[in-house]
Design a protein around this ligand. Sequence first.
Ligand SMILES: Cc1cc2nc3c(=O)[nH]c(=O)nc-3n(C[C@H](O)[C@H](O)[C@H](O)COP(=O)(O)OP(=O)(O)OC[C@H]3O[C@@H](n4cnc5c(N)ncnc54)[C@H](O)[C@@H]3O)c2cc1C
Length: 307
Amino acid sequence: MQDRYDAVIVGGGAAGLSAALLLGRSRRHVLLCDGGLARNACADEMHGFLSRDGIQPGSFEKIARAQLEPYVTVHRQETTISDIKKLPKGFSIVLENGTTCFSDLVLLTTGMADALPRIDGLARSWGRSTFVCPYCDGWEVRDRAIAVSGDSARSGIDLAQELYGWTHDIVVCGQTEITADQAKWIERSKVRIESSPIHSIIDDDGRISAVELVGGRRISCEALFLSVPLHQRSDIAKRLGCAIGEHERIKTDDFNLTSVSGCFAAGDCVTSIHQVIVAAASGVRAAIAMNNELVQRDVKALMQSRA
Ligand SMILES: Cc1cc2nc3c(=O)[nH]c(=O)nc-3n(C[C@H](O)[C@H](O)[C@H](O)COP(=O)(O)OP(=O)(O)OC[C@H]3O[C@@H](n4cnc5c(N)ncnc54)[C@H](O)[C@@H]3O)c2cc1C
């Protein structure tokens, strides 16, 4: 590891890996640090990524990491970045082991974390038969029996209306309030409503066969879709003073620059559409903006140097 980089990337999911590839190809000195698992690491398969539909998330990242190897100016470390401070010029970055390095620019690709509700057995089925995103996993449960549960931001009925394109065999659990319009839709759609929330999941090695409601009633189903609140996986953006917007997203301009000069952000932590391919594209966009800023730095340095 060297002590000065053009850019440090915090987070090695799709957004961070893809930014590292672009910056490596631009011959920039980059440190990419990843401290853990990508958001979909729990899933058996990753869907909807052109040319990689159905790949295991771990295999996808393995390919991406291997493809970074020829780019010798990219250094990768499996470690958490514990702190970043803005300096008059650039940033100081502290790694988990206490090592400090310096960088002109920083890219936050730290992702979002799902605040899962308390349901017995949820951890076993999370990503295997309990899902959050119809676009990611709706096709796999088409025409099957599913249970659905909402949260304060999004009702179970809203989620059921979205999932109705994939299956009509839906039970919404924990739904206590129903508007007149929703009542009409429920009558026509034949979607069933249970007012009791889900207490536990009945599964075999993460494969759901039923959900048990508070009170003991069992609903047979093959999958559960949840709406869950999201929060920033890392508090580094907040500590750096980056403006945070609606739904806890880091605010950026059209070029992925945050409110802190020299600090960019990309991937799930800035967008409302949470898909691997969108995160990867967001990483590329940030990397191009960062390289443009480094080009300006290089032009200025050359102009100020002696002939
Ligand atoms: C159950 C489930 C299934 C999904 N299935 C699909 C699917 O089939 N298809 C699809 O397109 N999308 C799917 N998604 C969405 C997908 O996971 C995200 O859109 C994608 O992972 C976002 O990529 P990212 O790089 O922004 O963040 P992440 O993939 O979450 O990566 C962020 C990385 O940053 C690291 N990090 C955080 N803080 C620090 C720090 N301080 N220092 C160092 N590293 C740090 C984290 O450990 C993590 O590895 C699914 C999501 C869930 C929850």
